[in-house]
Design a protein around this ligand. Structure first.
Ligand code: VGL
Ligand code: ZN
Length: 192
């Protein structure tokens, strides 16, 4: 698949807290980094979303269930856990989208409560290549919103990882995305 001017890569939440050793680690979450780095040179438009919560965000729980919107505190704005993975090669001209910044609101999608749609439409973007963490939460919701907003949406399988909580959630999420019209591709199928 040849990448052109009307394509954007959306790198979802590749932050320290979602990688092994972080507050809410996605299994093998850090393994997406080198794959994403290898794809970035093909895209003129690269969006990096980040979970960017206030210290007492509604999703934070002392006894987190690691599902259903109950998580340990993670990605608090400005803290080391909220930083992008240190090896992620965020280009200087990248578009950074902070989300779930309000205490009383959860936002799994990069489009929710942000200017992302406006920014992409202004650039004439038609196709989105979504990847990152986690496949069954923020990647899924970003991809589904992309479809609703009229984009052609691809999820790059090997550049994404899921939390799979509760078990089976990842397979369910993939099914849900497929039914909505999201397509799945592998990084090797993408070239400049
Ligand atoms: C996410 C759980 C809580 C994600 C964010 O980025 O997928 N998951 N906050
Ligand atoms: Zn979060």
């Amino acid at each position: 698949m040849k990448i052109g001017e009307k394509d954007a890569i959306i790198v979802v939440d590749v932050q320290r807290d979602f990688c092994p050793g972080g507050a809410l680690p996605v299994p093998d979450g850090d393994r997406v980094v080198s794959v994403i780095n290898s794809l970035l040179p093909y895209f003129k438009t690269a969006v990096f979303t980040r979970d960017w919560h206030p210290p007492h965000h509604i999703s934070f729980s002392e006894n987190p269930r690691f599902k259903d919107g109950s998580w340990p505190p993670h990605c608090v704005a400005g803290t080391p856990g909220a930083e992008f993975h240190p090896e992620l090669k965020v280009p200087e001209q990248a578009i950074i989208i902070s989300k779930a910044t309000e205490r009383d609101k959860e936002a799994y999608s990069g489009f929710e409560g942000t200017d992302l749609d406006e920014i992409l439409k202004k650039r004439g973007i038609k196709r989105l290549f979504v990847c990152g963490l986690a496949t069954d939460y923020c990647v899924k919701n970003t991809a589904l919103d992309g479809i609703k907003l009229g984009y052609e949406v691809f999820v790059i399988e090997d550049a994404s990882r899921g939390v799979d909580a509760p078990p089976g959630n990842l397979a369910k999420a993939i099914q849900e995305m497929r039914s909505a019209g999201v397509k799945f591709i592998r990084s090797q199928e993408i070239h400049g």
